[in-house]
Ligand binder design. Structure first.
Ligand code: TMP
Length: 217
C-alpha cells in the first residue's frame, strides 16, 4: 500500500494557515482524495486538554515544561491519529508541527533548537512531513491581522515583538536548511495565489507517488 501524504502548515500567528489548509483540503477532496485535517496542539481529546494548559494557563509555565507539553501532545497525536491516517493512504493536512516547537520553544524561549528538535523527533518516532508550507509574514502585519480579529490573545500571541521576530527568523532558517521539504510563501500574497502554488507542489508529490491524485494505492 502507498503511504499517504503528510503536509504541514507553519508560520506566525495570523499568517493564514487555516485558510490555506481549508483551500487545500477542498481541492483534494474534490479530486477524490481522502483528507484528514488536524492541528497541534489539540488534534486529539488528550491534546485539547494540553492545548488548554499551554495556551490559556494564567501565569508562568517553565520553558522546559512548555516544550514537554507540546511534545506530549505531539506524541499522542502522531501515534493515534496521524500515523494511522498515513497508513490508510490519506492526505494529512496539519496546522503546525515540530517546526513550531523549534521556532517557538527553541528560538523564542532560548532552549537549544537542536534539543527541542530531538525531543520532538523522539515524541513522533522520527516522522517528518513530506511538505511543509511556511507562510511568512512580518510580525507587525500579523499583529494587525490579529487585532482586526478582535479575539483575546493567547499566551504566545501576547508575547513581545522581539519574540515574534525570533520565531520568524527561525522558521526561515529551518526552511533554508531543508529546501526540499519546505515551500516558503509570502503571506501577503492573495490567498488564491498562495493556494495555487501549494496545490502545484502537492499535485507533484502525489503524482510522483502514484501517478493519480485520487488513487487509493
Ligand atoms: P494556533 O493553533 O492558534 O496556531 O496556536 C498555537 C500556538 O502554540 C501558537 O502561538 C504557536 C504555539 N506552538 C508552540 O509554541 N509550539 C508548538 O510546538 C506548537 C505546535 C505550537
Amino acid at each position: 500500500m502507498t503511504r499517504g501524504l503528510f503536509v504541514t502548515l507553519e508560520g506566525g500567528d495570523g499568517a493564514g494557515k487555516t485558510t490555506q489548509a481549508q483551500l487545500l483540503a477542498e481541492w483534494l477532496s474534490d479530486r477524490g482524495a481522502s483528507v484528514v485535517r488536524t492541528r497541534e496542539p489539540g488534534g486529539t481529546e488528550v491534546g485539547a486538554l494540553i492545548r488548554d494548559i499551554v495556551l490559556h494557563h494564567r501565569g508562568e509555565v517553565a520553558p522546559r515544561a512548555e516544550a514537554l507539553l507540546y511534545a506530549a501532545d505531539r506524541a499522542h497525536h502522531i501515534a493515534t491519529l496521524v500515523r494511522p491516517a498515513l497508513e490508510r493512504g490519506d492526505v494529512v493536512i496539519q496546522d503546525r508541527y515540530l517546526d513550531s516547537s523549534v521556532a517557538y520553544q527553541g528560538a523564542g524561549r532560548v532552549l537549544g533548537r537542536d534539543e527541542v528538535r530531538e525531543l520532538s523527533l523522539w515524541a513522533a518516532e522520527g516522522l517528518l512531513p513530506d511538505l511543509t508550507v511556511l507562510l511568512d509574514l512580518d510580525p507587525d502585519l500579523a499583529r494587525s491581522r490579529l487585532d482586526a480579529d478582535d479575539k483575546p490573545f493567547d499566551r504566545l500571541e501576547a508575547e513581545k515583538e522581539v519574540f515574534h521576530a525570533a520565531v520568524r527568523a527561525e522558521f526561515l532558517a529551518l526552511a533554508t536548511a531543508e529546501p526540499d521539504r519546505f515551500l516558503v510563501m509570502d503571506a501577503t500574497r492573495p490567498a488564491a495565489e498562495i493556494a495555487g502554488a501549494v496545490r502545484d507542489r502537492v499535485a507533484g508529490l502525489l503524482e510522483a507517488r502514484s501517478g493519480d491524485v485520487g488513487a487509493a494505492d
